[in-house]
Design a binder for this molecule. Structure first.
Ligand code: ZXD
Length: 436
Protein backbone atom coordinates (compact mmCIF):
# COMPACT_ATOMS: atom_id res chain seq x y z
CA UNK A 1 0.00 0.00 0.00
CA UNK A 2 1.40 3.41 -0.93
CA UNK A 3 2.26 5.98 1.72
CA UNK A 4 -0.93 7.89 0.77
CA UNK A 5 -3.02 4.81 1.44
CA UNK A 6 -5.48 5.60 4.21
CA UNK A 7 -5.23 3.94 7.59
CA UNK A 8 -8.16 1.70 8.40
CA UNK A 9 -9.41 1.06 11.91
CA UNK A 10 -8.49 -2.20 13.60
CA UNK A 11 -11.70 -3.17 15.38
CA UNK A 12 -12.71 -6.42 17.07
CA UNK A 13 -15.89 -8.09 15.87
CA UNK A 14 -18.52 -7.08 18.46
CA UNK A 15 -19.67 -9.74 20.93
CA UNK A 16 -23.32 -9.28 19.93
CA UNK A 17 -22.40 -10.55 16.43
CA UNK A 18 -20.30 -13.47 17.69
CA UNK A 19 -23.07 -14.48 20.13
CA UNK A 20 -25.91 -14.11 17.60
CA UNK A 21 -24.85 -17.11 15.43
CA UNK A 22 -27.94 -17.04 13.17
CA UNK A 23 -29.24 -14.31 10.89
CA UNK A 24 -31.68 -14.06 7.98
CA UNK A 25 -30.63 -12.54 4.65
CA UNK A 26 -33.47 -11.08 2.58
CA UNK A 27 -32.91 -10.65 -1.15
CA UNK A 28 -35.98 -8.67 -2.20
CA UNK A 29 -35.90 -6.17 -5.04
CA UNK A 30 -37.00 -5.37 -8.56
CA UNK A 31 -35.59 -8.75 -9.68
CA UNK A 32 -38.26 -10.41 -7.49
CA UNK A 33 -40.97 -9.19 -9.89
CA UNK A 34 -39.75 -11.41 -12.75
CA UNK A 35 -38.45 -13.94 -10.21
CA UNK A 36 -36.93 -16.39 -12.63
CA UNK A 37 -33.65 -18.16 -13.37
CA UNK A 38 -32.81 -21.58 -14.75
CA UNK A 39 -33.40 -23.78 -11.67
CA UNK A 40 -30.54 -25.90 -10.38
CA UNK A 41 -30.71 -28.80 -7.93
CA UNK A 42 -28.02 -29.46 -5.28
CA UNK A 43 -25.01 -30.94 -7.00
CA UNK A 44 -26.06 -29.87 -10.50
CA UNK A 45 -23.59 -27.74 -12.42
CA UNK A 46 -23.30 -26.16 -15.85
CA UNK A 47 -20.20 -25.93 -18.07
CA UNK A 48 -18.13 -22.85 -17.15
CA UNK A 49 -18.95 -21.23 -20.50
CA UNK A 50 -22.65 -21.23 -19.53
CA UNK A 51 -22.08 -20.01 -15.98
CA UNK A 52 -23.42 -16.52 -16.67
CA UNK A 53 -25.89 -17.11 -19.50
CA UNK A 54 -27.49 -19.79 -17.31
CA UNK A 55 -26.88 -18.07 -13.96
CA UNK A 56 -28.89 -19.73 -11.22
CA UNK A 57 -29.14 -16.49 -9.24
CA UNK A 58 -32.54 -14.95 -10.06
CA UNK A 59 -31.30 -11.61 -8.67
CA UNK A 60 -28.93 -11.50 -11.67
CA UNK A 61 -31.95 -11.34 -14.01
CA UNK A 62 -31.05 -7.87 -15.37
CA UNK A 63 -27.66 -9.14 -16.51
CA UNK A 64 -28.72 -12.58 -17.72
CA UNK A 65 -31.56 -11.00 -19.67
CA UNK A 66 -29.00 -9.08 -21.75
CA UNK A 67 -27.10 -12.18 -22.84
CA UNK A 68 -28.44 -13.08 -26.29
CA UNK A 69 -29.95 -16.54 -26.43
CA UNK A 70 -30.02 -16.98 -22.67
CA UNK A 71 -32.99 -18.85 -21.19
CA UNK A 72 -33.73 -15.66 -19.23
CA UNK A 73 -33.94 -13.60 -22.42
CA UNK A 74 -36.48 -16.09 -23.78
CA UNK A 75 -38.40 -16.15 -20.49
CA UNK A 76 -38.51 -12.34 -20.37
CA UNK A 77 -39.85 -11.91 -23.89
CA UNK A 78 -42.46 -14.64 -23.50
CA UNK A 79 -43.54 -13.26 -20.11
CA UNK A 80 -43.41 -9.50 -20.69
CA UNK A 81 -43.45 -9.10 -24.44
CA UNK A 82 -40.94 -7.76 -26.94
CA UNK A 83 -39.64 -4.31 -26.02
CA UNK A 84 -40.32 -4.47 -22.28
CA UNK A 85 -37.13 -3.55 -20.49
CA UNK A 86 -36.05 -4.80 -17.09
CA UNK A 87 -36.42 -1.29 -15.73
CA UNK A 88 -40.02 -1.10 -17.07
CA UNK A 89 -40.84 -3.77 -14.47
CA UNK A 90 -40.36 -1.14 -11.75
CA UNK A 91 -43.85 0.19 -12.47
CA UNK A 92 -45.34 -3.30 -12.30
CA UNK A 93 -43.97 -3.87 -8.80
CA UNK A 94 -46.92 -3.43 -6.42
CA UNK A 95 -45.75 -5.42 -3.36
CA UNK A 96 -49.38 -5.74 -2.34
CA UNK A 97 -48.71 -8.55 0.17
CA UNK A 98 -45.59 -6.98 1.70
CA UNK A 99 -45.81 -7.20 5.52
CA UNK A 100 -42.56 -6.02 7.16
CA UNK A 101 -43.80 -6.65 10.70
CA UNK A 102 -44.99 -10.14 9.76
CA UNK A 103 -41.64 -10.93 8.15
CA UNK A 104 -39.66 -9.83 11.22
CA UNK A 105 -41.91 -11.59 13.72
CA UNK A 106 -41.44 -14.78 11.71
CA UNK A 107 -37.62 -14.41 11.54
CA UNK A 108 -37.43 -13.77 15.28
CA UNK A 109 -39.73 -16.75 15.98
CA UNK A 110 -37.39 -18.91 13.88
CA UNK A 111 -34.45 -18.01 16.09
CA UNK A 112 -32.75 -15.36 13.98
CA UNK A 113 -30.92 -12.71 16.03
CA UNK A 114 -30.18 -10.37 13.11
CA UNK A 115 -31.60 -9.65 9.67
CA UNK A 116 -29.84 -8.26 6.56
CA UNK A 117 -32.13 -7.11 3.72
CA UNK A 118 -30.81 -5.87 0.38
CA UNK A 119 -30.93 -2.07 0.18
CA UNK A 120 -29.55 -1.99 -3.38
CA UNK A 121 -28.49 -5.00 -5.42
CA UNK A 122 -26.50 -5.05 -8.66
CA UNK A 123 -29.48 -3.76 -10.67
CA UNK A 124 -29.15 -0.36 -8.96
CA UNK A 125 -32.78 -0.25 -7.78
CA UNK A 126 -32.77 1.40 -4.34
CA UNK A 127 -35.22 0.31 -1.66
CA UNK A 128 -34.97 3.46 0.46
CA UNK A 129 -35.86 7.17 0.22
CA UNK A 130 -32.72 8.25 -1.57
CA UNK A 131 -31.88 11.66 -2.99
CA UNK A 132 -29.33 10.10 -5.35
CA UNK A 133 -31.67 8.57 -7.95
CA UNK A 134 -35.31 8.26 -8.99
CA UNK A 135 -34.77 4.53 -9.56
CA UNK A 136 -36.12 3.60 -6.17
CA UNK A 137 -39.05 1.93 -4.39
CA UNK A 138 -40.17 5.37 -3.17
CA UNK A 139 -40.32 6.97 -6.62
CA UNK A 140 -41.46 3.85 -8.54
CA UNK A 141 -43.43 0.64 -8.04
CA UNK A 142 -44.28 0.07 -4.35
CA UNK A 143 -43.81 3.78 -3.61
CA UNK A 144 -42.70 2.76 -0.11
CA UNK A 145 -39.50 3.25 1.85
CA UNK A 146 -38.91 -0.48 2.21
CA UNK A 147 -35.67 -0.12 4.18
CA UNK A 148 -37.22 2.26 6.73
CA UNK A 149 -40.17 -0.11 7.25
CA UNK A 150 -37.86 -3.12 7.62
CA UNK A 151 -35.57 -1.29 10.06
CA UNK A 152 -38.48 -0.34 12.31
CA UNK A 153 -40.06 -3.79 12.12
CA UNK A 154 -36.76 -5.56 12.81
CA UNK A 155 -35.99 -3.56 15.91
CA UNK A 156 -39.58 -3.88 17.16
CA UNK A 157 -39.13 -7.64 16.84
CA UNK A 158 -35.89 -7.47 18.88
CA UNK A 159 -33.62 -8.18 15.92
CA UNK A 160 -30.34 -6.49 15.06
CA UNK A 161 -30.70 -4.80 11.66
CA UNK A 162 -28.07 -4.92 8.92
CA UNK A 163 -28.03 -3.80 5.31
CA UNK A 164 -26.66 -5.35 2.13
CA UNK A 165 -25.26 -2.96 -0.48
CA UNK A 166 -23.83 -3.71 -3.93
CA UNK A 167 -20.70 -1.56 -3.95
CA UNK A 168 -19.04 -2.93 -7.08
CA UNK A 169 -21.92 -3.30 -9.51
CA UNK A 170 -24.74 -0.91 -10.33
CA UNK A 171 -26.13 -1.78 -13.74
CA UNK A 172 -28.49 1.24 -13.69
CA UNK A 173 -25.60 3.69 -13.89
CA UNK A 174 -23.10 1.56 -15.81
CA UNK A 175 -22.99 0.97 -19.54
CA UNK A 176 -20.91 -2.14 -20.04
CA UNK A 177 -21.82 -5.22 -22.07
CA UNK A 178 -23.40 -7.96 -19.96
CA UNK A 179 -21.15 -9.89 -17.61
CA UNK A 180 -20.44 -13.24 -19.25
CA UNK A 181 -17.41 -14.45 -17.30
CA UNK A 182 -15.55 -14.06 -14.02
CA UNK A 183 -13.17 -11.70 -15.80
CA UNK A 184 -16.10 -9.53 -16.89
CA UNK A 185 -17.35 -9.51 -13.30
CA UNK A 186 -14.24 -7.61 -12.21
CA UNK A 187 -13.76 -5.49 -15.35
CA UNK A 188 -17.31 -4.53 -16.27
CA UNK A 189 -17.66 -2.28 -13.27
CA UNK A 190 -17.19 1.46 -12.64
CA UNK A 191 -14.24 2.64 -10.55
CA UNK A 192 -14.38 6.35 -11.36
CA UNK A 193 -14.64 9.14 -8.74
CA UNK A 194 -18.21 10.08 -9.73
CA UNK A 195 -19.42 6.55 -9.10
CA UNK A 196 -17.37 6.33 -5.91
CA UNK A 197 -19.11 9.48 -4.64
CA UNK A 198 -22.49 8.04 -5.69
CA UNK A 199 -21.88 4.90 -3.61
CA UNK A 200 -20.48 6.91 -0.71
CA UNK A 201 -23.55 9.16 -0.64
CA UNK A 202 -25.96 6.24 -0.88
CA UNK A 203 -24.36 4.33 1.99
CA UNK A 204 -24.05 7.54 4.02
CA UNK A 205 -27.83 8.05 3.61
CA UNK A 206 -28.44 4.51 4.85
CA UNK A 207 -26.05 4.82 7.79
CA UNK A 208 -27.41 8.19 8.90
CA UNK A 209 -31.05 7.16 8.55
CA UNK A 210 -30.92 3.61 9.94
CA UNK A 211 -27.69 3.02 11.90
CA UNK A 212 -27.38 -0.52 10.53
CA UNK A 213 -25.67 -2.95 12.91
CA UNK A 214 -24.12 -4.73 9.90
CA UNK A 215 -22.86 -3.21 6.65
CA UNK A 216 -22.73 -6.10 4.22
CA UNK A 217 -21.05 -4.86 1.04
CA UNK A 218 -20.82 -7.13 -1.98
CA UNK A 219 -18.00 -8.01 -4.34
CA UNK A 220 -15.87 -4.82 -4.05
CA UNK A 221 -15.92 -1.01 -3.78
CA UNK A 222 -14.98 1.61 -6.44
CA UNK A 223 -11.18 1.65 -6.62
CA UNK A 224 -11.00 5.46 -6.73
CA UNK A 225 -12.42 5.54 -3.17
CA UNK A 226 -9.58 3.44 -1.78
CA UNK A 227 -7.11 6.34 -1.58
CA UNK A 228 -7.36 8.96 1.17
CA UNK A 229 -9.58 11.94 0.49
CA UNK A 230 -13.21 13.07 0.32
CA UNK A 231 -15.75 10.35 -0.33
CA UNK A 232 -13.12 7.75 0.49
CA UNK A 233 -13.98 4.41 1.99
CA UNK A 234 -11.84 5.22 5.03
CA UNK A 235 -13.99 8.31 5.61
CA UNK A 236 -17.16 6.23 5.23
CA UNK A 237 -15.97 3.61 7.74
CA UNK A 238 -15.01 6.35 10.22
CA UNK A 239 -18.44 7.96 9.88
CA UNK A 240 -20.15 4.58 10.24
CA UNK A 241 -18.31 3.57 13.40
CA UNK A 242 -18.87 7.04 14.92
CA UNK A 243 -22.63 6.58 14.45
CA UNK A 244 -22.72 2.83 15.13
CA UNK A 245 -20.05 1.95 17.74
CA UNK A 246 -21.16 -1.71 17.81
CA UNK A 247 -21.37 -1.87 14.03
CA UNK A 248 -19.59 -4.54 12.03
CA UNK A 249 -18.69 -4.88 8.35
CA UNK A 250 -17.90 -7.92 6.23
CA UNK A 251 -14.86 -8.66 4.05
CA UNK A 252 -15.98 -7.59 0.56
CA UNK A 253 -14.76 -3.96 0.35
CA UNK A 254 -11.50 -4.58 -1.50
CA UNK A 255 -9.40 -2.94 1.21
CA UNK A 256 -7.41 -4.21 4.23
CA UNK A 257 -10.27 -3.63 6.64
CA UNK A 258 -12.82 -6.26 7.51
CA UNK A 259 -14.96 -7.48 10.33
CA UNK A 260 -16.21 -10.99 9.60
CA UNK A 261 -15.19 -13.07 6.59
CA UNK A 262 -17.84 -14.47 4.26
CA UNK A 263 -18.31 -17.87 2.58
CA UNK A 264 -20.99 -18.05 -0.13
CA UNK A 265 -22.40 -21.59 -0.52
CA UNK A 266 -19.14 -22.76 1.04
CA UNK A 267 -17.83 -23.58 4.50
CA UNK A 268 -14.51 -23.48 6.32
CA UNK A 269 -12.52 -26.72 6.45
CA UNK A 270 -11.48 -26.32 10.09
CA UNK A 271 -12.04 -23.84 12.91
CA UNK A 272 -10.50 -20.49 12.00
CA UNK A 273 -9.65 -18.07 14.80
CA UNK A 274 -11.43 -15.25 12.95
CA UNK A 275 -15.17 -14.57 12.87
CA UNK A 276 -16.80 -15.70 9.64
CA UNK A 277 -20.24 -16.17 8.17
CA UNK A 278 -21.62 -18.90 5.93
CA UNK A 279 -24.36 -17.66 3.63
CA UNK A 280 -26.64 -19.40 1.13
CA UNK A 281 -30.17 -19.44 -0.20
CA UNK A 282 -32.65 -22.15 0.69
CA UNK A 283 -32.36 -23.15 -2.96
CA UNK A 284 -29.70 -22.23 -5.53
CA UNK A 285 -30.78 -18.59 -5.77
CA UNK A 286 -30.88 -15.62 -3.38
CA UNK A 287 -33.61 -13.81 -5.29
CA UNK A 288 -37.02 -15.45 -5.63
CA UNK A 289 -37.03 -18.06 -8.39
CA UNK A 290 -40.51 -19.27 -9.34
CA UNK A 291 -38.89 -22.14 -11.28
CA UNK A 292 -37.61 -23.71 -8.03
CA UNK A 293 -39.71 -26.35 -6.26
CA UNK A 294 -39.20 -28.45 -3.12
CA UNK A 295 -36.59 -30.59 -4.85
CA UNK A 296 -34.35 -27.56 -5.31
CA UNK A 297 -34.36 -26.59 -1.60
CA UNK A 298 -32.10 -27.76 1.22
CA UNK A 299 -34.13 -29.86 3.66
CA UNK A 300 -34.68 -28.90 7.29
CA UNK A 301 -32.38 -31.58 8.76
CA UNK A 302 -29.53 -30.43 6.51
CA UNK A 303 -30.26 -26.87 7.63
CA UNK A 304 -29.82 -27.83 11.30
CA UNK A 305 -26.60 -29.66 10.44
CA UNK A 306 -25.38 -26.63 8.45
CA UNK A 307 -26.04 -24.29 11.39
CA UNK A 308 -24.40 -26.60 13.96
CA UNK A 309 -21.38 -27.32 11.75
CA UNK A 310 -20.91 -23.60 11.04
CA UNK A 311 -21.18 -22.58 14.71
CA UNK A 312 -18.81 -25.39 15.76
CA UNK A 313 -16.30 -23.84 13.32
CA UNK A 314 -16.57 -20.35 14.88
CA UNK A 315 -18.98 -19.08 12.24
CA UNK A 316 -22.44 -17.54 11.91
CA UNK A 317 -25.07 -18.72 9.47
CA UNK A 318 -26.78 -16.00 7.41
CA UNK A 319 -29.60 -17.91 5.71
CA UNK A 320 -31.38 -16.22 2.84
CA UNK A 321 -35.12 -16.06 2.24
CA UNK A 322 -36.49 -14.92 -1.13
CA UNK A 323 -39.77 -12.98 -0.94
CA UNK A 324 -41.92 -12.97 -4.07
CA UNK A 325 -42.43 -9.65 -5.88
CA UNK A 326 -45.77 -9.18 -4.08
CA UNK A 327 -43.99 -9.46 -0.71
CA UNK A 328 -45.31 -12.91 0.24
CA UNK A 329 -42.81 -15.49 1.46
CA UNK A 330 -42.51 -18.82 -0.38
CA UNK A 331 -44.26 -21.37 1.82
CA UNK A 332 -41.67 -24.12 1.27
CA UNK A 333 -38.94 -21.73 2.42
CA UNK A 334 -40.92 -20.64 5.48
CA UNK A 335 -41.55 -24.29 6.43
CA UNK A 336 -37.80 -24.98 6.51
CA UNK A 337 -37.08 -21.82 8.47
CA UNK A 338 -39.72 -22.80 11.05
CA UNK A 339 -38.28 -26.32 11.35
CA UNK A 340 -34.84 -24.87 12.04
CA UNK A 341 -36.42 -22.51 14.56
CA UNK A 342 -38.10 -25.39 16.39
CA UNK A 343 -34.78 -27.17 16.84
CA UNK A 344 -33.08 -23.96 17.93
CA UNK A 345 -35.86 -23.18 20.45
CA UNK A 346 -35.32 -26.60 22.04
CA UNK A 347 -31.48 -26.31 22.08
CA UNK A 348 -30.61 -22.60 22.47
CA UNK A 349 -27.56 -23.22 24.70
CA UNK A 350 -25.95 -25.45 22.08
CA UNK A 351 -25.68 -22.46 19.73
CA UNK A 352 -26.25 -18.93 21.02
CA UNK A 353 -23.37 -17.36 22.91
CA UNK A 354 -21.12 -20.41 22.46
CA UNK A 355 -17.55 -20.50 21.25
CA UNK A 356 -15.69 -23.29 19.48
CA UNK A 357 -13.98 -26.15 21.29
CA UNK A 358 -10.42 -27.08 20.29
CA UNK A 359 -11.89 -29.21 17.49
CA UNK A 360 -15.23 -28.87 15.76
CA UNK A 361 -15.78 -32.56 14.95
CA UNK A 362 -14.15 -35.99 14.99
CA UNK A 363 -11.82 -36.81 12.08
CA UNK A 364 -13.49 -40.20 11.81
CA UNK A 365 -16.35 -42.01 13.49
CA UNK A 366 -19.57 -40.58 14.87
CA UNK A 367 -20.90 -37.37 13.28
CA UNK A 368 -20.39 -35.13 16.32
CA UNK A 369 -19.98 -31.35 16.55
CA UNK A 370 -18.74 -29.47 19.59
CA UNK A 371 -19.52 -26.05 21.04
CA UNK A 372 -18.64 -24.58 24.42
CA UNK A 373 -21.02 -22.56 26.57
CA UNK A 374 -19.88 -19.42 28.44
CA UNK A 375 -19.71 -21.45 31.69
CA UNK A 376 -17.40 -24.04 30.08
CA UNK A 377 -20.05 -26.71 29.61
CA UNK A 378 -19.25 -28.76 26.50
CA UNK A 379 -22.08 -29.43 24.02
CA UNK A 380 -21.54 -32.74 22.23
CA UNK A 381 -24.00 -32.47 19.34
CA UNK A 382 -24.85 -35.79 17.67
CA UNK A 383 -26.04 -35.27 14.11
CA UNK A 384 -28.70 -37.71 12.91
CA UNK A 385 -29.18 -39.50 16.27
CA UNK A 386 -31.49 -41.98 14.50
CA UNK A 387 -28.28 -43.69 13.37
CA UNK A 388 -27.98 -44.83 16.98
CA UNK A 389 -25.46 -44.95 19.76
CA UNK A 390 -21.98 -43.58 19.37
CA UNK A 391 -18.64 -43.82 21.16
CA UNK A 392 -17.29 -40.84 23.06
CA UNK A 393 -13.72 -40.00 21.97
CA UNK A 394 -10.97 -40.98 24.39
CA UNK A 395 -10.36 -37.45 25.65
CA UNK A 396 -13.97 -37.25 26.85
CA UNK A 397 -14.14 -40.65 28.54
CA UNK A 398 -14.81 -40.59 32.26
CA UNK A 399 -15.97 -36.97 32.38
CA UNK A 400 -18.78 -37.06 34.95
CA UNK A 401 -22.20 -35.47 34.76
CA UNK A 402 -23.11 -36.15 31.15
CA UNK A 403 -26.71 -35.11 30.44
CA UNK A 404 -29.28 -35.11 27.67
CA UNK A 405 -31.27 -31.99 28.54
CA UNK A 406 -33.20 -33.09 31.63
CA UNK A 407 -31.99 -36.64 32.10
CA UNK A 408 -28.61 -38.13 33.00
CA UNK A 409 -26.94 -39.86 30.08
CA UNK A 410 -26.12 -43.57 30.09
CA UNK A 411 -22.48 -44.07 29.03
CA UNK A 412 -20.92 -47.52 28.97
CA UNK A 413 -17.38 -48.25 30.26
CA UNK A 414 -16.14 -48.27 26.66
CA UNK A 415 -17.63 -44.83 26.06
CA UNK A 416 -20.69 -46.03 24.19
CA UNK A 417 -23.38 -43.39 24.58
CA UNK A 418 -26.94 -44.69 24.43
CA UNK A 419 -29.19 -42.18 22.63
CA UNK A 420 -32.64 -42.16 24.30
CA UNK A 421 -35.45 -43.25 22.02
CA UNK A 422 -37.20 -39.91 22.58
CA UNK A 423 -34.31 -38.06 20.91
CA UNK A 424 -33.75 -40.26 17.92
CA UNK A 425 -36.22 -38.42 15.65
CA UNK A 426 -34.36 -35.11 16.01
CA UNK A 427 -32.04 -33.63 13.36
CA UNK A 428 -29.46 -33.43 16.16
CA UNK A 429 -29.33 -34.40 19.84
CA UNK A 430 -27.26 -32.49 22.40
CA UNK A 431 -25.28 -34.22 25.15
CA UNK A 432 -23.78 -31.84 27.71
CA UNK A 433 -20.61 -32.43 29.74
CA UNK A 434 -20.00 -30.09 32.69
CA UNK A 435 -16.78 -28.06 32.65
CA UNK A 436 -13.79 -30.36 33.24
C1 ZXD B 1 -23.92 -13.92 -0.91
C2 ZXD B 1 -24.94 -13.07 -1.67
C3 ZXD B 1 -24.93 -11.72 -1.03
C4 ZXD B 1 -24.57 -13.03 -3.15
N1 ZXD B 1 -23.38 -12.25 -3.35
C5 ZXD B 1 -22.93 -12.19 -4.74
C6 ZXD B 1 -24.08 -11.64 -5.63
O1 ZXD B 1 -23.66 -11.58 -6.97
C7 ZXD B 1 -25.29 -12.52 -5.48
O2 ZXD B 1 -26.32 -12.04 -6.29
C8 ZXD B 1 -25.74 -12.54 -4.02
O3 ZXD B 1 -26.15 -11.23 -3.65
Amino acid sequence: LGEDAPRYPDRPVPDWYRDAKFGVFVHWGLYSVAGWAPPRRPGEDVPVELEYSHHQYAEWYANTLRIPGSPTAAYHESSFGVGTSYEDLADAWTAERYDPDGWMRLFAACGARYVVPTAKHHDGFCLWDTATTGFSSVHRGPRRDVVAELAGAARSAGLRFGLYYSGALDWHVSHFPPIRSLTDLFTHRRNDPAFARHCFEQVRELVEAHRPDVLWNDIDWPDSAKAAGPYSLAELFEHYYDLVPEGVVNDRWGVPHLGFRTREYRTETGTPAWAWEATRGLGASFGYNRAEDDTHLIDATELVHLLVDTVAKNGNLLLNISPRGDGSLPEAQVARLRELGRWLAAHPDAVYGTRPWHRHAEPVGAPLRYTVRPDGTLNVIALDPAHGDFRLPADLLGRPGAHWGEGAAEIGPDGTVVIPEALRHLPAAVLTLPPS
